[in-house]
Design a protein around this ligand. Structure first.
Ligand code: BG6
Length: 301
């Protein structure tokens, strides 16, 4: 299978498909501007490092495992067609099924400035229709270079409207959770998922001294992670996304999760997720398309 993909979509030394020991296929991208890897199951970007950064910008747990039907801890899981728990079916998977089902490669190429582009597509199967009975295609394009751009395009190919919740649930690599702040959400309202579900307002920059699990709503602002230890800022710009989820599990939850990696691996990550959740779920009318776009860049300071 990797051989067929390499023949059809491989790009000399810049895009290579390899089969992992688990039997899953991983696309490895490496060009003059940056490197990345992406598992075809879930269209799950696992890593990204621009050449001008000594440390990856996207965090992957040292305990991350590739396994059929299982999500990978870290990277940029694709949450779709719902975010968080399913509204009515407790047996359906958290964050939807997109991150655990196979996607197929439909296109690859090189951008004029040398970035590598790869597009994967999810189409309904009997298994997904049993949980979400709508006709659609979902395309995820990643453009890997000194910046990382991800475009997630949902097309309603059926004859009835549907609603989706979604997120690019990206884990960012940081020096230490106690020494970072996130700006861009000042003045925004958020649903605080820690200790119940309460609507609050963000007064100042976000800092971390315990578990944080918040869905900021009605805000498309660029967010910035300020990292004192790694001496860099990570910029997160987006469009087609009115929610931003900020999440750190902190020690108790991380210990329960059991896959956050090397002792205190959770301290080296923070999630800033570009989403459409809760009141920002998106209606996609029959025949119409909705696109969520993010662009990440790291600036040394
Ligand atoms: C975040 C949620 O988006 O994802 C958290 O807000 C959740 O509540 C976290 O714990 C991780 O989810 P999962 O399903 O990948 O363990």
């Amino acid at each position: 299978m990797a051989t067929v993909l390499n023949t059809q979509f491989g790009i000399d030394g810049h895009l290579v498909f390899k089969m992992d020991a688990s039997g899953l296929i991983v696309a490895e991208i490496n060009n003059e501007l940056g490197s990345a890897s992406l598992c075809l199951q879930g269209a799950h970007l696992m890593s990204w490092q621009p050449k001008n950064q000594a440390v990856p910008v996207v965090w992957l747990s040292t305990d991350a495992k590739l396994a059929a039907g299982k999500s990978i801890r870290g990277g940029a899981p694709v949450c779709w067609p719902w975010f968080g728990a399913h509204a009515t079916e407790s047996g359906f998977p958290g964050h939807g099924f997109a991150r655990t089902v196979p996607w197929r490669v439909i296109e690859s190429g090189t951008e004029p400035a040398g970035e590598t582009r790869l597009t994967l597509r999810l189409t309904p199967s009997d298994k997904t229709r049993a949980q979400w009975p709508h006709e659609c295609t979902v395309d995820l394009t990643v453009i890997v270079g000194a910046t990382l751009r991800m475009e997630m395009r949902t097309e309603n190919t059926g004859t009835t409207d549907f609603e989706i919740g979604e997120a690019l649930h990206t884990y960012f690599q940081i020096g230490d959770i106690g020494a970072v702040s996130v700006t861009g959400l000042e003045g925004s309202e958020y649903w605080d998922k820690v200790g119940g579900s309460n609507l609050r307002k963000q007064d100042a920059e976000i800092t971390f001294t315990g578990e944080v699990d918040r869905v900021y709503i009605n805000n498309e602002a660029e967010c910035v992670i300020h990292d004192e230890q790694l001496k860099r800022r990570i910029h997160i710009a987006k469009s087609g996304s009115l929610s931003t989820v900020v999440w750190t599990p902190w020690v108790e939850k991380a210990t329960k999760m059991g896959d956050m990696g090397q002792p205190d691996g959770w301290r080296q990550m923070v999630c800033v997720e570009s989403a459409n959740a809760i009141e920002n779920v998106v209606k996609v009318a029959a025949g119409c398309t909705h696109t969520l776009i993010v662009e990440y860049r790291a600036v040394s300071v």
